[in-house]
Design a binder for this molecule. Structure first.
Ligand code: NAD
Ligand code: ZN
Length: 341
């Protein structure tokens, strides 16, 4: 089969002919149709410090996908050949303290497809049946293929109290853009979104942001919306130190900051004034809650409350991997999706 492979420890990804994966008794084989390209893939492509420490080539890359089940293992009971599916890409042990207390999203034994084992930028992928998520017939493969980052946004937004809230979203990458639409659908009173990139601010408006502003304008927009008080909820979706500082500064006293963006290195925060004496609640977001996030996401989509499709701006074949990575680096794109079959 065709697959985008990191063959050796170094930059780049090669489109190669590799053997089809073999499934274990508790796994299914999925014909991949659509696959989302993400910042993590870019880290592996450029072979930065994180990738060097984490990834062991050779490996097939990619972790966001949807497709059709074409084979099921002997022990699989609830997934059938022909099912239209996507999947949770974090494979957890299911037995540790976190898993057994309903917190699998922070299982210390998590293995991620396309990072720790073969991924989905390929004709076929093997997945444990427990990770498979059935797609409603009304949901196109393309939307199925972005359930992973959309799930990050659902997790971030819906673990805060959004109905009636004044929300600030710092960072309008694909996940921030999804989050804007989700907050509007969940009944936020007003959503202010900030980014440094005009293309992304335009997408933020399309996703329903009431104000889409450059970071310098965020404070005025939040103060105007909240009679000077600050945002009830801030979703930090950039990982950029300046935006993280602004997230704390513009959260109101007693407010909540949901932290999804991942800073590249440690940053300095004045905890006394920015967090403690403001009585802030901070929530660190990891992946998607299993499987509360998935249930909420499917129900929002099925109810038609939320349309993620404007976020997808580019569709490419696997051959165009270099162009896909260029688009993501440039910030010209929203979500980039590989059309595989
Ligand atoms: P992204 O990294 O492209 O989005 C970041 C956005 O922030 C960009 O549009 C950028 O222009 C904007 N930005 C830069 N400086 C800014 C500033 N000062 N103020 C406001 N915005 C600013 O794309 P993404 O895929 O949406 O990822 C968002 C973040 O979430 C990244 O840091 C990524 O690593 C992280 N992430 C976390 C998880 C998790 O489980 N915690 C999962 C996936 C991604
Ligand atoms: Zn576990």
């Amino acid at each position: 089969m065709r697959a985008l492979v990191k063959r050796t420890a170094g930059p780049g990804l090669a489109l190669a002919d590799v053997p089809e994966p073999e499934i274990r008794d508790d796994e299914v084989l999925i014909r991949v149709r659509r696959a989302g390209v993400c910042g993590t893939d870019l880290h592996i492509y450029t072979w930065d410090d994180w990738a060097r420490r984490r990834v062991k080539p050779p490996i097939v890359v990619g972790h966001e996908f949807a497709g059709d089940v074409v084979q099921v293992g002997r022990l699989v009971t609830d997934v059938r050949e022909g099912d239209r599916v996507t999947a949770e890409g974090h494979i957890v042990d299911g037995r540790c303290l976190l898993c057994r207390t309903g917190n699998s999203h922070v299982c210390p034994y998590t293995r991620i497809i396309g990072v720790d084992r073969d991924g989905c930028f390929a004709d076929y992928i093997a997945m444990p049946a427990t990770n498979v998520w059935h797609l409603d017939p009304a949901i196109p493969y393309e939307i199925g293929g972005i359930h992973d980052p959309m799930g990050n946004a659902f997790h971030t937004a819906l673990t805060a109290e959004i109905p009636g809230a004044f929300v600030l979203v710092t960072g309008c990458g694909p996940i921030g853009l999804f989050a804007i639409g989700i907050c509007k659908a969940a009944g936020a009173a007003r959503v202010v979104a900030s980014d440094v990139n005009e293309t992304r601010l335009a997408l933020a408006r399309r996703m329903g942001a009431d104000d889409a502003v450059h970071p310098e304008g965020a404070e005025a927009a939040v103060r105007a919306a909240t009679a000077g008080l600050g945002a009830d909820v801030v979703l930090e979706m950039s990982g950029v130190p300046a935006a993280i500082r602004q997230a704390f500064a513009l959260a109101r006293v007693g407010g909540r900051v949901q932290m999804l963006g991942i800073p590249a290195r440690p940053i300095e925060i004045d905890l006394a004034t920015e967090v403690i004496f403001k009585g802030l609640t901070i929530y660190g977001v990891v992946g998607r809650r299993m499987y509360d996030t998935w249930i909420q996401m499917s129900r929002f989509l099925r109810a038609g409350h939320f349309d993620p499709s404007p976020v997808i701006t580019h569709r490419l074949p696997l051959e165009a991997v270099d162009e896909a990575m260029r688009l993501i680096t440039s910030g010209e794109a929203g979500k980039v999706v590989f059309e595989i079959a």
